[in-house]
Design a protein around this ligand. Structure first.
Ligand code: AMP
Length: 216
């Protein structure tokens, strides 16, 4: 099944979780800019070195870096595989660049799904998040515990709280979302591309609502 969509949501809105479920259902490519950047940091690549301080401080990586990275990445997509964009675009200049890239490769977006979650709910959710520093898998102290206390199920590494999951940084990232990313909601609404979803339901109910909006 081929879908071509963007998922928009504040950090901690659950868009990564929904993107993975959509990928499992459709077999489409899941492109998560946060994952690409964290992998670049782990492997100490040039991109990782450029991005690290921005990410640790909960700031957006500058548009030119992200746009170059995504231009390269998007060359590999086609309308048969389809794609789920998770974390890109995050600013109006990024959205305009994406429009240009898609026009160049002759692909049309199906929908932009906005997962709407309040700051209070996000702070509650992020408070218990744990991440494996080696493979990137995430857990939650209460809702999604590892099999063995504080150790990754996949590789046994000791779990950490990501720098950008600390409460002050979470609030900063939410503020950045409001000022830089929320304008995209109006941008895509004007183009009649937007589907808004209540992100404060349980994971499966949110997924069902997304699937219905996408008419899958
Ligand atoms: P995420 O995992 O999507 O929450 O992304 C983690 C961090 O990566 C963000 O807080 C930003 O610092 C950076 N990042 C990810 N995607 C973008 C983007 N499209 N534009 C700028 N920075 C980004």
């Amino acid at each position: 099944m081929s879908i071509k969509i963007i998922l928009i949501g504040a950090p901690g809105s659950g868009k990564g979780t929904q993107a993975k479920k959509l990928k499992d259902m459709t077999g489409c490519l899941h492109i998560a800019t946060g994952d690409i950047l964290r992998e670049a940091i782990r492997s100490n690549s040039e991109l990782g070195i450029k991005a690290k301080d921005y990410i640790d401080n909960g700031k957006l990586v500058p548009d030119n870096i992200i746009i170059d990275m995504m231009k390269e990445k998007l060359q590999s997509i086609n309308s048969i595989t389809g794609f789920i964009l998770d974390g890109f675009p995050r600013t109006i200049p990024q959205a305009k660049s994406l429009d240009n890239i898609l026009e160049e490769i002759g692909i049309k977006l199906d929908k932009v799904v906005y997962i709407d979650v309040s700051l209070d709910e996000i702070v509650k959710r992020m408070a218990g998040r744990l991440t494996c520093p080696t493979c990137g898998k995430s857990y939650h102290k209460i809702f999604n515990k590892p099999k063995q206390d504080n150790l990754c199920d996949v590789d046994g590494a000791e779990l950490i709280v990501r720098e950008d999951d600390k409460t002050e940084v979470v609030i900063g990232r939410y503020n950045t979302f409001e000022s830089q990313t929320e304008p995209l909601i109006e941008y895509y609404d004007k183009n009649k591309m937007l589907a808004s979803i209540d992100g404060e339901k349980d994971i499966d109910e949110i997924f069902t609502n997304i699937v219905n909006k996408l008419k899958l």
